[in-house]
Design a protein around this ligand. Structure first.
Ligand code: ADP
Length: 579
């Protein structure tokens, strides 16, 4: 801006100078010309021709007139000259002023002098004939150097003025420009920092006027941006927290099916990590035909879809996948969001329930069929065969007892499961409980030729438990040891203290459990060998009851077993603080 102003100043001053110098030149030359014309007139009227030709007289007039005087005859020959000897000068017939004077009586010209390298103003006028027989031409001339000098002087003054104006002008325009540009450059710097993400920055107090308004607008913009960014960051944090802590897996794919987001649950469900799969195609990431097809279909149809998907990797799972299209602000498709629910547990429970109903019906059917069959046999005549009748009635009684046991166990299990009966917890010393139960059961074990012993460490181990239910846990586990350990075997009940819990172990050297059955052994009605269990009076519910009871006491139950060598059933209970 400063340079622009200066350039404009210079141009206008130079143009002005040019016009002025031209005007000055013209007016000075005009003035000189009139002067010379007057002087010529004066000389013509006051002097006669001969007086003028006398060189002495001519010199006198030259001094008075202040101009070179030349007398020329009509043929152009110089008759006399105030500055030169006539012989030094050429014929002046072709000089423009002489030519014009000879034609019209008067002529003037500006041209280079023949002897000097400078410009002269020539004024020529004819002398009437009456002074002489032939007319001649009187010519006066002055050098134009004085006009040049005055113009140079004018230029000098002009350049002086120009310099002063330039200095003042550039100072003023600089001030004006910096008054405008400094705040502008400050605003630019702040805007740049805002663009780089420095939301905290604001402009200090600035000038009034338009620049001030701009600064206020930038400050306003920065504040709004700051607020918006804060809101965005907050909602991002909220969204991330929700996504990260969701039980369901969430996958986001863009409009071409490239994965753009995976939450923690989805990482776990699909066995992937977000940073490894971002930007990759969903086919490559989910590695499941049904799930990929679901995403493709939603991308194509832009409609929500639901699908049940069975996964094998990283774990066998059944997922319910809900996929919905995502649209942008202008309803343009932006991709798909897939929500994955792990329904393996629900499906397993459904299966367990169905199996349970089938199992219960089956378990009930067997004794009832037996009772019905024997009763019918009795009615159809066996009643009168005393020995057969007695045997059949025994069997009916046994089956009825089994039925009653089964129903009692079922009732017990359902009561525990529905938490219908409140537990009467009290502090119990576990060692004493074990001793009491072992003493109570010893005769039964001895009858079968088994030894029942204990391995209890010194000290008291208190737990919070319901006495009757704890007894039931021991009874069920010891009853199993008794049932599944052949005569001559050994059963030992041990107690261990571990961190904040006590662990009870019931070890036998009986038939053991095949390793493939171990994970399911605590399920209802699950039995390794149905026939053997039934023969021994088992219902298949004993361990299920144990598991529920121990878990109701906030404990755990597990088993270690080797086929043919024996089993150890463990359960833990949280230990009561000693004091
Ligand atoms: P049951 O009434 O058949 O004994 P349980 O629920 O108590 O039912 O036990 C389930 C199955 O676990 C049994 O049928 C048996 O196959 C196995 N089992 C339980 N305890 C033992 C043990 N101590 N030794 C070997 N097998 C056992």
């Amino acid at each position: 801006m400063t340079l622009g102003y200066i350039f404009l100043f210079c141009c206008s001053l130079l143009v002005l100078g040019g016009i002025l110098s031209r005007f000055l030149w013209n007016s000075q030359v005009d003035f000189l010309q009139t002067e010379l014309e007057r002087k010529a007139e004066l000389l013509k009227t006051t002097c006669d021709w001969d007086a003028l030709t006398g060189s002495h007289e001519l010199n006198k007039f030259r001094r008075i007139a202040g101009a070179r005087i030349t007398l020329i005859d009509p043929a152009g020959e110089v008759l006399a000259d105030s500055d030169y000897h006539p012989r030094q000068l050429q014929n002046q017939k072709n000089a423009p002023e002489v030519k014009a004077a000879l034609q019209s009586g008067y002529g003037s010209s500006i041209r280079r002098g023949e002897k000097e390298d400078a410009y002269f103003l020539f004024v020529a006028s004819t002398i009437p004939e009456k002074n002489r027989e032939a007319a001649g031409v009187l010519r006066l001339s002055v050098p134009l150097s004085q006009v040049d000098a005055s113009i140079t002087k004018m230029w000098r003054i002009f350049f002086g003025a120009l310099l002063v104006i330039l200095a003042v002008g550039s100072f003023l325009s600089r001030r004006l420009a910096t008054g405008l540009t400094r705040p502008l450059s400050e605003i630019t710097a702040v805007a740049r920092r805002i663009a780089q993400g420095d939301w905290e920055i604001e402009l200090g107090p600035l000038t009034q006027g338009e620049v001030g308004e701009l600064a206020a607008a930038v400050n306003g913009m920065s504040r709004t941006l700051k607020e918006k960014v804060r809101e965005l960051a907050e909602s991002k944090v909220r969204l991330e927290a929700v996504l990260a802590n969701m039980e369901s897996g969430v996958l986001l794919a863009d409009h071409v099916g490239h994965i753009s987001l995976v939450n923690r649950a989805a990482e776990k469900l699909l066995g992937i990590t977000e940073k490894d799969v971002l930007g990759k195609s969903h086919v490559e990431v989910v590695k499941n035909y049904l799930l990929s097809s679901l995403i493709d279909e939603v991308l194509r149809t832009r409609e929500r879809r639901k699908e049940e998907v069975a996964l094998i990797f990283p774990k066998e799972r059944i997922l319910e996948a809900h996929a919905a299209p995502i649209f942008g602000a202008r309803q343009e498709p932006r991709g798909v969001v897939v929500v994955l629910h792990d329904i393996s547990e629900i499906r397993r429970l459904e299966r367990v329930r169905a199996e349970f109903v089938a199992n219960v019906s089956h378990e009930l059917k067997t004794p009832i069929t037996a009772v019905k069959g024997f009763a019918e046999t009795l009615l159809s005549g066996a009643l009168y065969n005393y020995r057969a009748a007695e045997e059949f009635v025994h069997i009916i009684n046994e089956e009825a007892e089994r039925l009653s046991r089964l129903i009692l166990d079922l009732l017990e299990l359902s009561k525990i499961e529905s938490r219908e009966v409140k537990m009467q917890v009290e502090p119990l010393e576990l060692g004493a409980q074990i001793k009491w139960i072992v003493n109570k059961l010893k005769p039964q074990f001895q009858k079968k030729g088994l030894t029942l012993s204990t391995d209890l460490p010194a000290g008291a181990f208190f737990v919070q438990a319901d006495r009757d239910r704890l007894e039931q846990v021991f009874l069920n586990l010891l009853d199993n040891s008794l049932k599944y350990t052949p005569g001559g075997g050994q059963v030992e009940v041990s107690l261990q203290e571990q961190e904040n819990e006590v662990v009870v172990g019931i070890k036998d050297n009986g038939i053991g459990i095949p390793s493939e059955d171990l994970p399911r052994i605590f399920e209802r009605f699950y039995r390794v060998d149905k026939a053997r269990s039934r023969k021994l009076g088992g219902t298949g519910l004993g361990l299920a009851i144990v598991k529920h009871l121990v878990e109701a006491h906030r404990g755990r139950v597990w088993v270690e077993s080797e086929l043919g060598k024996g089993s150890v059933f463990y359960f833990s209970l949280p230990q009561e603080q000693k004091e």
